[in-house]
Design a protein around this ligand. Sequence first.
Ligand SMILES: Nc1nc2c(ncn2[C@@H]2O[C@H](COP(=O)(O)OP(=O)(O)O)[C@@H](O)[C@H]2O)c(=O)[nH]1
Ligand SMILES: [Mg+2]
Length: 645
Amino acid sequence: MSTIQLQEKLHGYGQWRDELIRATERYTHWMDSLDIASEGSQEAIRRVMDTLVNERLMVAFVAEFSRGKTELINALFFADTGLRLLPSLPGRTTMCPTEIFHDPSQGSYIRLLPIESRLSDMTLNEYKQNPYKWLHIDLDHNFPLQMQEAFQELAAVKKVSQADAVKLGLFNPDVPMQGSTGLLDAVEIPCWRHALISFPHTLLKEGLAILDTPGLNALGTEPELTLRMLPSAQAIIFLLAADTGVTNSDLEIWNHYVRGPSLTGKNRLAVAMNKIDTLWDDDLQGEEVVDRSIRSQVKAISNALGVDESLIFPVSAKKGLMAKVRRDDILLAKSGLRGIEDYLTNTVICNRQHILREVVVASMGQLVNESVNHLVIEIGEANRHLQEMRQIDTSNHDMTRRLMEETKKDQMDYLASVEIFQSCHRAFVQQLVHLGKVLSAANIDPIVRNARRQMLSSLTTPGMKKAMKGVLQSLRSAMDQSMVRADEAENLIQVIYGRFEDEYKFADLNKPQVFSLEDYQIELERIFEEGEEFRQSTYTTLMEQSTAVHRLYSTVIAEARDLFAKAHQNTNEWGSNALTPLAHRIKDRKLMIDNRLGVLRKVTGSNETLEAEIAELEKRLVMLNKKLYEIQEILQIVTAAVPSA
Ligand SMILES: Nc1nc2c(ncn2[C@@H]2O[C@H](COP(=O)(O)OP(=O)(O)O)[C@@H](O)[C@H]2O)c(=O)[nH]1
Ligand SMILES: [Mg+2]
């Protein structure tokens, strides 16, 4: 499979996503036309739309310095420019983590965050919300040469004093480091901390995003990469080089930064064994010997990393790029590039599609299903009402009186059910308020502020560890409390629905999905564990100065805080939708009773009025049936299976 097929697959994925977006828009119109959109449903739709529209498929390249990540990115995605687009030559290589994507609203640009931003407390994520803090360079995507030149900035380094490097958390005088320049008191550091690149390349336009990381020095000093960005990537490609084998620093990266995020199971992990061309050069004994040597290296890597051999791709990024630019198919086949392209095309995109589908089905599917149910019931009631009207004999006063009495009794039942519903609703809202309080910023922020204060005042690492232990305990206990509250709220919902089914014979109620905060609890523990893993990595331990630990802990806390905010939002959304099916049903009953009473009052003694009412209702039924057809079509699109490969 080639880049073209990768592009086709991405395109197909994009179309599938567009179809879901259109179905979601149709659903919004549908609800508007019947005037039944609730605040909860609008919020859920906004969220789904946001996911669908801003969805990017992120592939992250992670490895020690100089394994050929940037060259592989050039070869896989940008060979069609005919250039080595990103700097990946000896002595001129990317020095800062770089995200490459297409941002249609802002056009083509490269944004660079100065390394000095490390002195501030703002997280990388917060910086991303503030474009003016970055150096912005416009790109002209019609001129790849101009882009290539602008990208040279990614390799920029500068010399600073040891004291300044220490302050930035990039140097520890007790450790011999790569940044050493040979000059006394001068350390070489990257000029930029992070880069964002947007341009309308075909693959990027289809929603692909790429994260290029420079190596252990960046991973070890930028916890947000490990705690936030890698876990959110759909695929991680870990690189090794055939000429160096599996070194200690490769293992360090693998154990502390790569394996963790991939264990959550949401993203895919593959290993590229790059630079196989170095084996070709050495060999004078023919291809068979080279093949055997590649196979034995793959086996060794599989053993060392515990990764299945089928996920290890021998490749030569350099020859692959050259082959694509020169259109040399034989060299391209030999480079092994297609193996990784196939993997990305088939596994990663399909996996992403399935995950996205789950999200859409869980929220939209539920809503649309409820709308279908709602309408089916309304049509059933309208039909019954129509039958009834057709049987009314307007001159038979006894009959109309009896019907009137029956309907009035229904009305009494209805009023009693409304009262019960209202008291249930009040109790539920009360529960939600308790739950919201535990999850709210008002509860979490003081914990966070307090932790930050304690950390700033304790200049030593043990002091910070102690402060961190305290904050972990408080956050854990807040999560535990909210879990208990969430369970109580969920139980209450079950009780309420059960009661209406038993006492008021509400059949086929479309109950909301079971609610729990368990996923958030798991996620919180993951953040804590990865933070701990990070702290224990040799690199951080070597660099263990208060600034490094401070940065790590600040990131862990910021991530946890975001998680609570998400849990809070999710809870509110669930809370505002949980009783909707029941409320709909009660409202339907009221409408039906009101209609019936209205008709009975009007038609007594008048055949003409009755006929007009019947005609009116028949017209309404035609409209409702049309709406039912529409919503069933939408439901089918929303819950349709992902198109197969
Ligand atoms: N022989 C050989 N060298 C490569 C290959 N891929 C990259 N390199 C070289 O390895 C060095 C580092 O490559 P680069 O892509 O900058 O590595 P990164 O630091 O992992 O991004 C550069 O000198 C590249 O020319 C390859 O497939 N074969
Ligand atoms: Mg690089």
